[in-house]
Design a protein around this ligand. Structure first.
Ligand code: SF4
Length: 165
């Protein structure tokens, strides 16, 4: 994983590195049973080089803990590893250029469950033997009551599944 991280820090395989301060490979234990995948790092993540550390990330961390899932027990990453200008959606060619890193991360971690954070994480490659769950993006859950209720229900179900296996 360390090698993948170093490759990401030096990667110029698409244009996104140009405006970024830091590559954001992702973080978490290699033994993680659940892997969370978002679309791309935002400004806070770019600043610190860590995934999901802004408001939405803090909300995600807090909600996970409420249901007994410690952030340090899961692996959190994004489809693309550098911030995009004005936080725009990454272009298809940028996603294609970056996906080998995510595929390599999944192969190393071999999670039991991959949690797709929002519809924008849909490009996450599907691999056999892994259960995929899509949940509402934490930033939407923070803002809208109905989505928050649904999000909490989804995280509760995830916690249950992780306890069962
Ligand atoms: S977003 Fe991915 S492919 Fe593009 S420069 Fe960063 S690490 Fe490389």
């Amino acid at each position: 994983m360390e090698e993948i991280n170093l490759e990401i820090y030096g990667c110029k395989n698409c244009r996104l590195w140009q405006d970024a301060k830091h590559g954001v490979p992702g973080e978490g234990p290699l033994s993680a049973r659940a892997m969370f995948v978002g679309q791309n790092p935002g400004a806070d993540e770019d600043e610190l080089g860590r995934p999901f550390v802004g408001r939405a990330g803090k909300y995600l961390t807090k909600t996970l803990l409420e249901f007994g899932i410690k952030r340090e027990d899961v692996f959190i990453t994004n489809i693309v590893k550098h911030v995009s200008p004005k936080n725009r959606k990454p272009f298809d060619d940028e996603v294609r250029a970056c996906l080998p890193y995510l595929i390599a991360q999944i192969r190393i971690i071999k999670p039991q469950i991959i949690v797709l954070l929002g519809a924008s994480a849909k490009e996450t490659p599907r691999m056999g033997g892994i259960e995929y769950i899509q949940v509402i993006h934490p930033s939407a859950a923070m803002r809208f009551t109905k989505m928050r209720e649904k999000f909490r229900q989804q995280i509760a179900e995830l916690a249950e599944r992780l306890q069962q296996n």
